[in-house]
Write a protein that binds this ligand. Structure first.
Ligand code: GLC
Length: 429
């Protein structure tokens, strides 16, 4: 393991993908700003340029919608190498954006950035302004996407950040493909089509976008009319952790209203997470709000759930499940177990390992003191970048680099692992 060299490479990639006030996930394949990519990448910046880390979040929140939603893509500069582009979304925002959201990890990231400021007075006003925006986004979820349990639903697979997960297969059968305007995909000219979602899935992604556009991007109507409404445990865990983080930061900055509203929201959601627990699978499962039944698919969203402060017994059981997954794959954590029929080693979220998910799972397992599993996740992650470069994702059996290369959030996570999990990396298990 070569810490110095790895860190130098990671920082160089972040600089290379830096467009001044935001980073692109990678050149070519993703030429705009992505929501959770930026938030997780700001953590990487915080170790060598804390001001730049804040700027990343500030640029993202400058495109927050009036209703509070923070879109998943901000199209800062025109680039016709991506589909679906602004002509498909047509959201009528000052800077063009997509019309759906992504996992709300901003609250967690913001709180971490502020903790890392050596001169807090210098950043307090900026942190406070961002906190107000983060809180507005959290309220948007409560207003538009929550049911009585407090848990929130996603209305498009892209919102989960796990675009083509096996978790969505069944619900996706309800999404039609008829009437979708013919289109040309651009992703498959930048990356190997065998590593990407299928054409059939793309038609359904676009059907949903066209449907939401036909509703004038009215989030109230979208939440009612989408044939795809899934409660994803990973997504909810991220929101819960961000709400607790917002409460903590609000406490520090003396924002008592935000503090108590965030605590109330996070606590209610956290107890409702139990509704998603499956003893049989040894993990959390998604819930389909349209068919009103659990989704019996043991994908990584149900492991990522430990990012929220769930009970110790749940963390321990999830750690055991991860160990079992690790018996049949060289690298943890496969996004779908290799023992399942739908497993596809190199196809995006149907098998590959993603360092951002590894990071959030490792963060969650910490609360349960699951050192052995954390050690393996963190060392596997560093082994991957050392053998296969800073790819978008990797085959869990062969370590094959997949998707785009010189990837921003992969680089950011390497910086996080070396700084936040240093003792886990050096510990011999
Ligand atoms: C893919 C990923 C998503 C990510 C985006 C940009 O769509 O599934 O999670 O935000 O690429 O990296």
């Amino acid at each position: 393991m070569n810490r110095t060299k790895d860190l130098q490479k990671a920082e160089a990639i972040m600089r290379k993908n830096d467009r001044g006030r935001y980073t692109v996930p990678t050149h070519g394949l993703y030429p705009f700003q992505w929501n959770w990519d930026s938030c997780l990448s700001s953590l990487g910046f915080s170790h060598f340029d804390i001001d730049r880390a804040f700027v990343e979040l500030e640029t993202l929140f400058a495109s927050q919608w009036n209703d509070g939603m923070v879109p998943h893509i901000i199209f800062h500069e025109p680039d016709d190498g991506y589909f679906p582009n602004t002509d498909v979304w047509q959201t009528d925002q000052p800077v063009p954006t997509s019309g759906i959201t992504q996992p709300p990890v901003a609250g967690f990231a913001l709180c971490e950035l502020y903790k890392r400021c050596t001169n807090k007075a210098l950043f307090a006003d900026r942190a406070r302004a961002l906190l107000v925006s983060v809180h507005k986004w959290h309220q948007w979820f409560a207003n538009y996407r929550a049911d009585a349990s407090g848990l929130v639903a996603i209305v498009h697979p892209w919102e989960s950040g796990r675009d083509n997960s096996v978790d969505w297969d069944r619900a996706f059968e309800r999404v039609p493909t008829e009437g979708v305007k013919p289109f040309v995909r651009r992703d498959t000219s930048h990356a190997n089509p065998d590593h990407r979602p299928t054409d059939e899935q793309y038609k359904r992604y676009i059907w949903l976008v066209e449907k939401f556009r036909s509703l004038g991007w009215d989030n109230r109507e979208i939440a009612i009319q989408s044939p795809f409404q899934i409660v994803d445990p990973g997504f909810n865990a991220i929101l819960i952790r961000s709400c607790f983080a917002a409460a903590e930061l609000a406490g520090e900055l003396g924002e008592s209203e935000i503090q108590s509203a965030s605590m109330t929201m996070a606590s209610a959601m956290l107890s409702s997470m139990e509704l998603l627990w499956s003893e049989e699978f040894g993990q959390y499962l998604c819930f389909d709000r349209v068919s009103n039944e659990p989704v019996n698919s043991p994908s990584i969203g149900g492991l990522l759930a430990v990012f929220a402060p769930v009970p110790q017994a749940r963390i321990h059981r999830v750690a055991q499940t991860i160990e079992t997954i690790g018996q049949t794959t060289r690298y943890l954590v496969a996004s779908h177990p290799s023992t399942e029929a739908e497993f596809d080693e190199l196809r995006y979220w149907r098998g590959p390992v993603w360092l951002i998910v590894n990071y959030m799972i490792a963060q969650g397992l910490r609360a349960g003191g699951e050192d052995k599993v954390i050690h393996r996740i963190v060392t596997d992650s560093i082994d991957l970048i050392e053998t296969s470069g800073f790819a978008e994702y990797y085959g869990p059996i062969t370590g094959t680099p997949c998707g785009g290369d010189t990837f921003t959030w992969t680089a950011a996570m390497v910086i996080e692992f070396f700084n936040q999990f240093d003792s886990d990396l050096s510990q011999a298990c």
